[in-house]
Design a binder for this molecule. Sequence first.
Ligand SMILES: Cc1ncc(COP(=O)(O)O)c(C=O)c1O
Length: 386
Amino acid sequence: MYHFYDQYCVEQAAKSRLRALPQVDLPVSLDFSSNDYLGLATHPDVVNAAIEAARQCGAGSTGSRLLSGNYSLIESFERQIAQSKHTEAALIFSSGYQANMTVLASLLSQRVLPAAPIVFFDRLNHSSLYNAMFLSGAEYVLFERNDMADLRRQLQKYRVASRPAFIVTETVHGMEADLLPIADVVDIAASYNCFLYLDEAHATGLYGPQGYGLSTTVDLSPVPHMVMGTFSKAIGGAGAYIACNTIMQQFMLNRTAGFIYSTAPSPMSVAAAAKAWSMVPALAAQRQQVFAMADLLRQLLRARGITVMGDGTNIVPVCLGDESDTLALKKVLLEEGMMVSAIRPPTVPTGTSRLRIAINALHDSDSVNQLAQAIVQHLSRPATRG
Ligand SMILES: Cc1ncc(COP(=O)(O)O)c(C=O)c1O
């Protein structure tokens, strides 16, 4: 049987798409690939919170939240998240992938809803959202990323009153580097009587008056909704939350299999995330710096005719289109001590391979200038273009 799996990898290799773990001890002086946008993963207070939690509560949570794995630290953090997100309740998961997969699948369950649901689904949604939808077996209609006219068109065409309808999208896109027109989406969800499921993985920590995400900039009360976010990016840790009302919290405790049958997150990761979360409102200067540096990089590259996607986010995608050009540029930058991510299909659509540059609070104008110069230099050399 192994040969089936080997054959798959051989085929991936033939298409130059075989994935492999990067070397761990690369001599990187500037890391533009990390999702630790605020530099909190190594903050001493965050690290100490994890150490203290391990001393007090142990390294592991010992069971599912519904059995032996509930503890006061996780409950108090959930109350804190609910307050920050202006919701009645919140529930914590061990990872963002787990949260999306299991929560969205349970939400779309045909054993719970009175009729088969229909999902209006952003074409560029994250793999965890796609897989949740596939797992649920729900019918879905794709709309173009951030295209509100297209969303309305699809709703006009396919929304029928007899079927529960859902809109699923991301507030900040981690690969396109754009912001959801969230107020418009809420209006549309209200007009078409849809449940709104928002993923704030890349917004948490960076947007909103206190840094708690784009969902805090609007009134979501006109529509039934759930807001997911992760601790794995700007919060610098691991795990995820769902912010919602108490009905949906109770529903998840009773129906969301990946919550019910999974061991609760470790007290260490919850304590680290809780500490980082509490620091977020005071990090306005870091947020400003991150956005200013991302703007600077965009300006420097665009001034040299390089195609850079997105605006207003700390993620700067440099679109090369061709997969091998993208890999080649990543490689030469690495040789100069600069780590960026090369993003290729199937993560992004064919023909849109790109370098994904993530600016974080540790970058300054010198580092951004160094990266921009290197990219400009290599892109103007025919050899790096294949
Ligand atoms: C939009 C989005 N949702 C969910 C996830 C999954 O989060 P996690 O890495 O915590 O599993 C990611 C992470 O890559 C993401 O970008």
